[in-house]
Design a binder for this molecule. Structure first.
Ligand SMILES: Cc1cc2nc3c(=O)[nH]c(=O)nc-3n(C[C@H](O)[C@H](O)[C@H](O)COP(=O)(O)OP(=O)(O)OC[C@H]3O[C@@H](n4cnc5c(N)ncnc54)[C@H](O)[C@@H]3O)c2cc1C
Length: 560
């Protein structure tokens, strides 16, 4: 039997993207009649549910501040201590001998590791409490688009149901229902594979070495709370400890360096890890049946030609795009996509003129496309770089500077949805994108066999560098302040880029190329210092009592 229900918005897929979109829509426009259709039955398993457990700063602001989940996250999930990278050194048997990038203290920006199932269960309850019709255990078979209302055809318990809705949001994740139906999918040229698994205990990396000096470098003794990446040529391995007392471990690899065969089954993976990451391998279960799960995926980077349409549909979450997990930006894209979709839908339901909706659709599609155009070179063909700690250091600084100074502040201050603001700063954003592409090419070049720029040292951000990034994003900026901050940030990125290029070329005995961005102002902030490679164990100590200081642990690099 077929029943018909009328809603303002039907959300296809009740994973993280769909459930947060429902919550955000309901918060911003309480009268909205919303249905969420989710294939799986709730409650789902708390842990070992889905991949995507590390929450970066944009998504953390979205979840805790915009959706009001701060108390829930603090009580039930794991507060993360930022990113922590261990570069390869020699045989990787001693964590204390590796070059380490990571914070000595918690940054003022909260972020989290989440047990995805627990979070989705909580969100499912929350949306239902707020009047959303959450239809779990139900599969969307098709959507008939157009007409006065879209018709969503749903199968549940052997029955068919039809939902009529003004707007449809596709958040079916990888399945990408509308992406396939409308033929709007594109594969990005990022050739990486991944596998991941969950284990029933945490990996306490602080205890992997008895060296008290090494332990004392992070006085809180909480390296294990970071999103940890063990990086090497052509791969990185994540360790994400979770609030449930379990850990998620995953490998992302470029098949030119690590054939998929080596990671696609747990036994093969463990053999490979014993070769390249023997210390980590020693802490992992011997047999697959001791794991909570084991998953794999080939070439996961994809997107859509557009995410929003004046024909009253939107695509968000992984259905809209996923580039790369390295900086945990998957949920950031979800936060931005949902926020743009909610802006459009609430205006449309409130009767905004068609011309305004058309203009916003264009602008929001440009924003998503701009983010992707900016981000893609950061990951495209970049895994080879991670065999070289010096270039890894340069890239780490560069990538973080771009993320924290511009994207995070635009999102935090609510201006990512403002077409006029986007227009105002579009030249700065275009420059930022061009400089990023240029620098990502340099990182690939510098990490090639033909280059030896070791005498340049490893670039590090001074306290002022990190302080500016973290504290600016922790505060609020007015529209004018943000416009000025974007301009300053682009000037800073320019000066950092120039400093890196000149120093690396001179150290390698190569001609210094002309500056393609000579027309861009330079900020004379002197934000970097360069640590020599040496056997000295020299964490950068706190010079004042500021909350944050980043340190590198420059170990002798026997590998180079
Ligand atoms: C290897 C890897 C590592 C990652 N690590 C991170 C990370 O650390 N941090 C991060 O932010 N992101 C990460 N991501 C990205 C992250 O996993 C995704 O961004 C996130 O899971 C997307 O959530 P979503 O709600 O869009 O999709 P999903 O969580 O997949 O939800 C989609 C939902 O739609 C439902 N569905 C599908 N089809 C139908 C249908 N026909 N009818 C009804 N329901 C349907 C599914 O059951 C599912 O619940 C990673 C991705 C990969 C591949």
């Amino acid at each position: 039997m077929s029943r018909r229900n009328d809603f303002d918005v039907a959300i296809l897929g009740g994973g993280l993207a769909g459930l947060t979109a429902a919550l955000q829509l309901g918060d911003e426009r309480p009268a909205t009649r919303i249905a969420v259709v989710e294939k799986r039955s709730h409650p789902v398993p708390d842990t070992a549910h889905k991949v995507g457990e590390s929450v970066a700063e944009v998504a953390a602001i979205y979840l805790k501040d915009m959706l009001g989940l701060e108390d829930y996250l603090a009580e039930h999930q794991h507060r993360k201590m930022g990113l922590r990278w261990f570069c390869s050194n020699g045989d990787n048997r001693d964590i204390s001998e590796r070059v380490e990038f990571g914070s000595m203290r918690y940054s003022p920006l909260y972020n989290f590791h989440v047990d995805r199932g627990a979070l989705e269960n909580h969100l499912g309850e929350l949306v239902a409490e707020r009047g959303v019709r959450f239809i779990d255990g139900a599969r969307v078979r098709d959507v008939e688009m157009g007409g006065a209302a879209h018709r969503v055809l749903v199968d549940r318990n052997g029955q068919s149901e039809e939902i009529a809705a003004d707007w449809v949001i596709d958040s079916t994740g990888r399945q990408g229902l509308l992406r396939h139906k409308l033929g709007i999918g594109i594969d990005l040229h990022i050739d990486t594979d991944a596998c991941w698994f969950r284990i029933p205990y945490q990996l306490m990396v602080d205890e992997w070495c008895d060296d008290s000096a090494w332990r004392a470098q992070v006085p809180t003794g909480t390296r294990w709370k970071s999103t940890i990446s063990f990086v090497g040529e052509g791969y990185w391995v994540w360790v994400i400890n979770l609030g449930s007392g379990t850990a998620s471990v995953g490998v992302v690899a470029d098949p030119r360096y690590v054939p998929f065969e080596r990671i696609r089954r747990y036994d093969a993976l463990l053999d490979w890890l014993r070769e390249v990451e023997p210390q980590l391998a020693g802490y992992l279960p011997e047999d697959e049946d001791q794991l909570l799960d084991f998953m794999k995926r080939r070439r996961f980077a994809q997107t859509c030609t557009r995410s929003f349409s004046r024909d009253r549909w939107a695509v968000t979450g992984e259905a809209a795009c996923f580039v790369d997990p390295l900086y945990s930006t998957g949920l950031d894209f979800t936060a931005v996509g949902n926020t743009l979709a909610v802006d459009l839908i609430t205006r449309s339901l409130d009767g905004a003129p068609a011309a305004e909706i058309r203009a916003r659709v264009r602008s929001h599609n440009r924003t998503m496309a701009g983010l992707l155009t900016f981000s893609t070179p950061t990951f495209e063909g970049q895994l080879g770089v991670y065999g070289d700690p010096q270039v890894t250091g340069a890239k780490f600084i560069w990538d973080n500077m771009s993320y924290f100074s511009i994207m995070l502040n635009m999102f935090k201050n609510g201006l990512i949805v403002d077409p006029a603001f986007g227009k105002q700063i579009q030249d700065q954003l275009a420059l930022n994108t061009q400089m990023n592409s240029y620098m990502q090419e340099r990182f690939r070049e510098w990490s090639s066999e033909a280059w030896d720029a070791r005498s340049a040292g490893v670039p590090l951000g001074k306290d002022a560098f990190w302080g500016d990034l973290f504290f600016t994003a922790a505060g609020t900026l007015t529209r004018d302040e943000l416009a000025a901050h974007v301009e300053t940030s682009v000037a800073r990125l320019h000066s950092i880029s120039r400093e890196m290029v000149v120093r690396m070329c001179e150290a390698a005995g190569r001609p210094v190329p002309d500056d393609p961005f000579a027309h861009v102002p330079v900020a004379r902030d002197d934000l970097l210092e360069w640590a020599a490679y040496s056997g000295e164990r020299r964490p950068f100590s706190l010079e004042d009592d500021s909350e944050i200081t980043w340190h590198v642990h420059p170990a002798p690099l026997s590998a180079v």
